[in-house]
Ligand binder design. Sequence first.
Ligand code: ZN
Length: 299
Amino acid sequence: MRFATIIHQRQFEVVVERDGSLFRLPQLDSQQPRSLKSLITHWDEWQPLLEQATLTDSSFKESNVRFAPPIPNPGKIICVGLNYADHAKETGAEVPALPVIFNKFPSALNAHQQPIFLPSISNQVDYEGELVVVIGRRGRFVSEADAMKHVFGYCCGHDVSARDWQKGKPGGQWLLGKTFDTFAPCGPYVTTANEINRPDQLDIELRLNGNVMQKSNTSQFIYKLPYLLSHLSKFCTLEPGDLIFTGTPSGVGVARNPPVFLKPGDQVEVEIEGLGILRNPVLNDPAESEMMLASQHAS
Ligand code: ZN
């Protein structure tokens, strides 16, 4: 099954995608799921009801709905750095002995078709197409053998990265460069794990203004998903709706000669086999533009 969260009458609504149509959730029981996170949390109860239900209300169309991030309120967004052999090589980084782990705040989440805002305090905003794992089952100290049972599904993700705030900062912290508002587009859909037979063999591609900039396959992962989930669960409880960005392949802008950074008017697409296309325009941050105008009037 494939789910999206849309904004309808100023509220989030979970919809099911089937053959290009979007269906409202049927009436399941008195405790109708109000968010994808709650649907995932109670998946054992709701999955059989949903599978038996007939989907009839297709009043939304993909072309005219406003998408929200599939999970607008995750407890955690965990990211893996340098997880593709080809990307580690292009950055000149040693293949790390342990995975590089960092995070983004939920305020960085962004939806399909919504703009990535370029902050005025960076002039090195780069793209990173990534497979995102959505956690289903709660777990701590999960073994590698059991790890994949904790996956609800997958979606396309974009780990937008301000290189000038990521690299060379005090303590080597990447956080600020990675967590500007709008820097974590996800979606448009979460596809359930049972529909993705081999998450370790998915083609992944990122296009900038139609040009292919990244093209790889998740078979290039240095750290495979069972290891990553097991490793992370040694530190923190994996909870339903948590998002894990699994790293990006080669072809990022900063490693190019000359470097390529995002600019207003760009269009970025992340496409992953079986998961669809996540598309985002790039704009200057309008909130900052307003502030700049206001300060010019003041002076
Ligand atoms: Zn990344």
